[in-house]
Design a protein around this ligand. Structure first.
Ligand code: NAI
Length: 255
């Protein structure tokens, strides 16, 4: 029997990369999937792909930084789709400026990254809290190796801070929501080949080498590499797993 039968899952940032792969993976496991993304057309294209493959999916455009919009979309999902039992907070951005770079750029990075990667997680989780409580649901937050450490290059302090925050939020919610039967976990991807880092991979082979030199599996990850952990954490296979982070980083954090 599929692992996520009878579940309704919401995935943010589902138009691309890791979120898109997770949405498709959840649909393959029998979940009805709602894809949310600021790129509404991309989310709909991804939903269509799932439907073409025989899955159940719909999409809504949503900018996770807009609190009121998150609440409105949660209401539409409740009315049009049903009671959400799985939430994947995946939408995120990265920019690579060191803290000593141009102050205006550093400030803009900080504000944009916090607004999406951290406040976005708050906004969407709060908007879907009611059905998640009612369903004894599961929340999966996408952290990073940067939930623990700074990459071995002097850049992206805002991203590192946001992903530490995602892990802290994961633990705090797990502690509070456990008594309601809601499980809250995170996934810590290493370097995964997606549009998020396409420019870095194309233009900065030195940075990619730094990652690969510290990756025991010796390769970058693909979005599909994150799907198994995401299915596991959302499914009953993880019935006694909460407040933790599953690293899917090729071993990066181990060495
Ligand atoms: P991606 O760029 O392929 O996809 C991110 C998606 O989020 C895009 O569809 C984008 O439109 C959407 N998005 C951006 N801002 C949004 C907003 N305000 N509201 C709603 N949607 C928004 O990136 P990728 O790599 O798939 O990243 C997904 C998550 O995985 C992010 O949280 C990222 O930080 C995390 N991650 C990625 C790693 C990687 O190496 N690719 C490594 C570790 C974590």
């Amino acid at each position: 029997m599929p692992l996520l039968q009878n579940h309704i899952a919401v995935v943010t940032g589902a138009a691309s990369g890791i979120g898109r792969a997770i949405a498709a993976g959840y649909a393959r496991e029998g979940a009805q999937v709602t894809l949310l993304d600021v790129d509404g057309k991309g989310a709909e294209a991804a939903a269509q792909e799932i439907r073409d493959a025989g899955g159940l999916a719909e999409s809504f455009a949503l900018d996770v930084t807009k609190r009121e919009d998150c609440i409105a979309v949660a209401k539409r999902v409740a009315d049009q789709v049903g009671r959400v039992s799985i939430l994947v907070n995946n939408a995120g951005i990265n920019r690579r400026n060191g803290f000593t770079a141009d102050p205006a750029a550093v400030l803009k990075d900080w504000q944009d990254i916090m607004a999406i990667n951290l406040n976005g997680v708050f906004n969407v989780t709060q908007a879907f809290l009611e059905p998640l409580l009612a369903a004894k649901g599961r929340i999966v937050n996408i952290g990073s190796i940067q939930s623990f450490l700074h990459v071995r290059t002097p850049n992206s302090p805002a991203y590192t801070t946001s992903k530490h925050g995602v892990l802290g939020f994961t633990r705090a919610l797990a502690a509070e929501l456990g008594k309601h039967g809601v499980r809250v976990n995170a996934i810590g991807p290493g370097l995964i080949e997606t549009p998020l880092n396409a420019a870095v991979r194309a233009n900065d082979p030195g940075l990619v080498k730094i990652f690969m030199d510290h990756t025991p599996l010796g390769r970058a990850g693909k979005p599909e590499d994150i799907v198994g952990p995401a299915i596991f954490l959302a499914s009953d296979l993880a019935s006694y797993v909460t407040g933790t982070i599953v690293m899917a980083d090729g071993g990066y954090r181990a060495i």
